[in-house]
Design a binder for this molecule. Structure first.
Ligand code: ZN
Length: 150
């Protein structure tokens, strides 16, 4: 790897202009799973092992959210060298029936979120390890919220 390398921190999403989270869908009953590591269906009435890896919906709605004011413990290293507080959102994907946690995109905080806010998947640098930028998915609000507090 070179000093300017950028790699996914984990292989749970696709990269590029329109990144998407990867999940697994049961070929027998249609149940979706995240992360894409399930070996058999989590539906207790099914338990099939016919799971295929699929891209999940790129947009969802905020189910809950919070503010991360404290730096995570090592081995986490902030990409800029100094911890910058960030928001975390639990996002519901309607079709899949899943709720997926993720950081909120840079430049957005809890003041930009409400339960029900539409967000979409983007990728950003999570941390820099030995000169390599490791990316992760984040949730970015789709439409800017009004400044008047509706
Ligand atoms: Zn199933």
């Amino acid at each position: 790897m070179t000093a300017s390398a950028t790699v996914p921190a984990i292989d749970w999403f696709t990269s590029g202009a329109t990144p998407a989270l990867l999940g697994r869908r049961c070929g027998a009953c249609g149940t979706y799973h995240f992360p894409p590591t399930a070996a058999w269906c989590a539906n207790p009435a099914c338990r099939s092992d016919r799971l295929e890896t699929v891209e999940l919906a790129r947009r969802g709605t905020v189910w809950s959210y919070t503010d991360a004011r404290y730096q995570p413990p090592p081995p986490y290293q902030p990409p800029s060298g100094e911890h910058v507080p960030f928001a975390i959102a639990a996002v519901r994907l309607e079709r899949e029936g899943l709720i997926i946690l993720g950081q909120v995109a840079s430049g957005y905080g809890v003041d930009d979120l409400s339960v029900g806010t539409t967000v979409e998947v983007v990728t950003e640098v999570l941390e820099r390890v030995e000169g390599v930028d490791r990316t992760v998915w984040k949730w970015r609000p789709v439409a800017p919220l009004g400044g008047g507090g509706a």
